[in-house]
Write a protein that binds this ligand. Structure first.
Ligand code: PMP
Length: 395
C-alpha cells in the first residue's frame, strides 16, 4: 500500500481507500468518462492487439495525398452518420485529424482566402468554446485574427472597423458548449462569410437529433461520441474540393496525417458502436438525461441558482420526444450581488467548475460538467444539495 502522504487530496488511510468528505467535487473538464461502463461491458469486442510489424509505413503516396487515411474507417464513419441520421455525408470529402482540436485550426486555414490575403476575422457567439479564440491568438497569423462576438458584426457595414476587404469565419457550435443549445449561424450568408459547424455534441446522448446536418463544413470528434478523448481522433466533412485540398495540405505540413494506430483503434471502436448502436446510444442518453433531471430537481429548490432552459424535442434517432440531456449545466447566480458566482459561491461550497469568463460570458455563470464518471457526478450532486440546503437554513 502507498503511504498515506502519497494519496491524492480526496483519499486518505494507509491504502488511500478512504474518501475524504472535504474533497471538492470536480466538475471542470469535459472528459466523457460517463461512457466507460459501456466499454467495460464490451471489453472483448472493443479490445485491439497490434503486432509489431503491422502498419509500419508512412502510407503516404504522392500524388494521392489522401492515402494517408483509412478508406475502411471513412466508410464506417459514413455508415454511422447514416444510422444515427445526424449528418448527410453524400458528396462530402472527409479528412481525419488529431481530435477535432487539430481540425478546427485546419478549417480556418482552409477557408481563409490567400490571394491576395485580405484580413479574415474569426468570430463566435457568446458563450462560446474558448479554444476558437485561444487557437486563433496562438497561431498569430497574418491572414486571420480574432474578431470577437458575432453580435458586433451582424450589421457589419455600419461598424467603424469594417472595410470591404474584411472576410469572416463564424464558428457555430451545435449543440453549444457550454449551454447545450442547438445553434445556427448569426452572420447573414454572403460571399465574404464562411461558417465552421462544430458538431462535437451532435449525437443522441447529448441532444435530440431533429434532422441530419448538411452544412458545407462540419467537424465531429470521437472524444464526445465514444468517450475516447485520449485517442485524439476527429473528422471533418467538406463539400468544396478546393477547401478539402487545402485541408489536406495543412495535415501534411503539420503532422503527415493521423497516427495509423489511432485510426485502427477508432475503427475497432466504431465497429462496436455500429453493431450495438441502440444499446450504446440508449445507455449514453439515459445517463445524461438522468443526471440533468437530478441536478434540475436540486437546483429548482434554490432561489440563488438556476440552470439553462432546455425543452424536450422530437429526436429522429429515437423516433420519440426526448427530454433534455446536455453535456454541461450552465449555472446562473440569480442575485444581483452574486456577480462572481464561481469564486464566491460554488468554489467556496466545494465545487470546481469553469467560470463564465472562460466562455466570454459574465462570471455570474459557471459551467459544470455532467459527463464525467458516476462517482464524480454523485459527489457534485451531493455538494450542490448541501449548498441549496444551506440557503434554506439562512432564509
Ligand atoms: N469542440 C468542442 C465544442 C468541444 O467541447 C471540444 C472538447 N471539449 C472540442 C471541440 C475538442 O475536442 P477534441 O479535440 O477532443 O476532439
Amino acid at each position: 500500500p502507498l503511504p498515506s502522504c502519497e494519496c491524492n487530496s480526496c483519499y486518505h488511510g494507509s491504502d488511500c481507500s478512504q474518501f475524504s468528505s472535504d474533497c471538492p467535487a470536480d466538475a471542470d473538464s469535459g472528459d466523457p468518462l460517463f461512457l466507460e461502463p459501456f466499454w467495460i461491458k464490451h471489453a472483448e469486442s472493443g479490445t485491439m492487439t497490434v503486432p509489431g510489424w503491422h502498419r509500419m509505413s508512412y502510407q503516404f503516396m504522392y500524388p494521392q495525398k489522401s492515402t494517408l487515411y483509412s478508406r475502411e474507417l471513412e466508410r464506417h464513419i459514413r455508415e454511422l452518420h447514416a444510422m444515427v441520421g445526424n449528418a448527410n455525408t453524400t458528396g462530402k470529402f472527409m479528412i481525419f485529424g488529431a481530435g477535432s482540436t487539430q481540425l478546427l485550426n485546419a478549417a480556418i486555414y482552409a477557408l481563409s482566402p490567400q490571394d491576395p490575403p485580405p484580413i479574415t476575422k474569426i468570430v463566435a457567439s457568446i458563450p462560446f468554446y474558448q479554444l476558437y479564440k485561444n487557437q486563433t491568438d496562438f497561431f498569430n497569423s497574418k491572414s486571420f485574427k480574432w474578431g470577437g462576438d458575432t453580435s458586433m458584426w451582424k450589421h457589419r457595414s455600419q461598424s467603424p472597423e469594417f472595410n470591404s476587404t474584411t472576410n469572416f469565419i463564424e464558428f457555430v457550435t451545435s449543440p453549444n458548449n457550454p449551454d447545450g443549445k442547438l445553434k445556427d449561424h448569426v452572420l447573414l450568408e454572403s460571399p465574404d462569410v464562411k461558417t465552421i459547424y462544430d458538431h462535437a455534441y451532435y449525437w443522441p446522448h447529448y441532444t435530440a437529433i431533429p434532422a441530419p446536418a448538411k452544412e458545407d463544413l462540419m467537424i465531429f470528434t470521437l472524444s464526445k461520441l465514444t468517450g475516447h478523448a485520449g485517442t485524439r481522433f476527429g473528422w471533418a466533412l467538406i463539400k468544396d474540393e478546393d477547401v478539402y485540398k487545402r485541408f489536406l495540405d495543412y495535415m501534411i505540413l503539420s503532422s503527415l496525417g493521423v497516427s495509423r494506430d489511432c485510426q485502427l483503434r477508432s475503427l475497432k471502436l466504431l465497429k462496436v458502436v455500429l453493431r450495438n448502436g441502440k444499446e450504446f446510444f440508449e445507455f449514453g442518453q439515459k445517463t445524461t438525461m438522468t443526471r440533468w433531471e437530478k441536478l434540475n430537481k436540486t437546483v429548482s429548490a434554490s432561489k440563488r441558482f438556476s440552470l439553462q432552459k432546455l425543452v424536450p424535442q422530437y429526436s429522429t434517432y429515437f423516433r420519440n420526444i426526448t427530454a433534455p440531456s446536455p453535456a454541461y449545466a450552465w449555472v446562473k447566480c440569480e442575485r444581483e450581488e452574486d456577480e462572481d458566482c464561481y469564486e464566491a459561491l460554488l468554489r467556496d461550497g466545494g465545487i470546481i467548475g469553469r467560470a463564465g469568463s472562460t466562455f466570454h460570458a459574465e462570471n455570474r455563470y459557471v459551467r459544470l460538467s455532467l459527463i464525467k464518471s458516476q462517482d464524480d457526478f454523485n459527489w457534485l450532486l451531493q455538494r450542490m444539495d448541501a449548498l441549496v440546503s444551506q440557503e434554506q437554513v439562512h432564509e
